[in-house]
Design a protein around this ligand. Structure first.
Ligand code: ADP
Ligand code: F6P
Length: 322
């Protein structure tokens, strides 16, 4: 009987639970035994494994967060840490390991594979910063959460003719900020990829106010080297309107996964088990032009970020900004 393990690592993202559920259900169909590793690489090093069954995952598919729990594990960034993890896999006779995680977690997966483990990577992060795939699992829900939070806040800002400055997550990557900004029709967007010094954000807001906007929305990526409070103060000082600032933070990372993420998670889980059933490993799954595909884990970093400059420019053109 094939025996596999699954772990979730790094920041949790919506859809991880759905994916684990699909993995277990599909594995059961093929008579494959699934062990869940609790707390990512930390749990792997400690041998914290539990058997997962159809029954034990029956009610997790619709939940945000991560029932297996995640961790950030500095020890796994050392060769000794990876060796400990590899030994646990050997001791427990694990044939394949499925790693659900982001950029850092995939680096750990590659290290394990180089040591001789058979690994499959599933891209999970709200940041959408694994560029070999059009989307990472959790991104769609996180954008929807950000949009819903901004919409709510903007209703009250508009009632008071106030400006709104919102910081969104994404680590070093502006994809979440861009997609949320377009969906809410933001009047200025600050992302690292496009430079966006604070003075230019203020100029955007001035321009929009001049054109009759009463309650401008500014979306700021967390990667910027100024804070939303800096932006708020600058707007109040330079533009003469009242303004409020908000960091929406973990609101984006929790909550029920969207329909897209549930479907994507289910497809990823099914495909991971199909690959294992065919004896394929050392690969990462992804989605391109709506099709699930896989490529060598070692090659996922060859593809660099392509920030959607066209969409950024289109957003600016909405408000006649240069
Ligand atoms: P994410 O996977 O969401 O990008 P992190 O960057 O925090 O999250 O990485 C998650 C975990 O992956 C880290 O805590 C560490 O255990 C492991 N990891 C990260 N980078 C490496 C690396 N270069 N080599 C080995 N393991 C790594
Ligand atoms: O990688 C996901 C993410 O939510 C980033 O957007 C954010 O910068 C980071 O994790 C926050 O990490 P933590 O949960 O450790 O505060």
């Amino acid at each position: 009987m094939i025996k596999i393990a699954v772990l979730c690592s790094g920041g949790d993202s919506q859809g991880m639970n759905t994916c684990v559920q699909a993995i277990v259900n599909m594995a059961t169909v093929h008579g494959i035994m699934v062990m869940g590793v609790r707390r990512g690489y930390q749990g792997l090093i400690e041998g914290d494994l539990v058997q997962l069954t159809r029954e034990s995952v029956a009610n997790i598919g619709t939940l945000g967060g991560c029932e297996l729990k995640v961790s950030r594990c500095p020890e796994f960034m050392t060769e000794a840490g990876v060796k400990k993890g590899y030994d646990v896999l050997q001791k427990n006779r694990i044939d394949y390991l499925i790693v659900l995680g982001g950029d850092g977690s995939f680096r750990g997966a590659i290290d394990l594979e180089r040591m001789g483990a058979k690994v499959i990577g599933i891209p999970c992060t709200i940041d959408n910063d694994l560029f070999y795939t059009d989307k990472t699992l959790g991104f769609d829900t996180a954008v929807n959460n950000a949009v819903s939070a901004i919409d709510n806040m903007h209703q009250t800002m508009a009632a008071n003719d106030r400006g709104l400055v919102v910081e969104v997550m994404g680590r070093n990557c502006g994809h979440l900020a861009l997609n949320a900004a377009v969906a809410v029709g933001a009047h200025s967007l600050a992302v690292k990829e496009m430079g966006c010094p604070l003075e230019e954000v203020v100029i955007d807001v001035k321009h929009c106010l001049f054109n009759g906007v009463k309650s401008p929305i500014v979306v700021v990526s967390e990667a910027m080297d100024y804070t939303v409070e800096d932006v708020r103060k600058a707007i109040e000082k330079e533009c003469g309107i009242e303004c409020r600032a908000c960091v929406i933070g973990y609101l984006q990372r929790g909550g029920t996964p969207s329909v897209f993420d549930r479907t994507f998670a289910t497809q990823l889980g099914i495909n991971a088990i199909e690959l294992i059933y065919q004896g394929i490993s050392g690969v990462a799954l992804g989605i391109r032009n709506s099709n699930i595909f896989y490529m060598k884990l070692e090659e996922v970093y060859n593809l660099k970020d392509e920030f959607n400059k066209l969409l950024y420019k289109q957003l600016r053109s909405l408000h006649n900004l240069k």
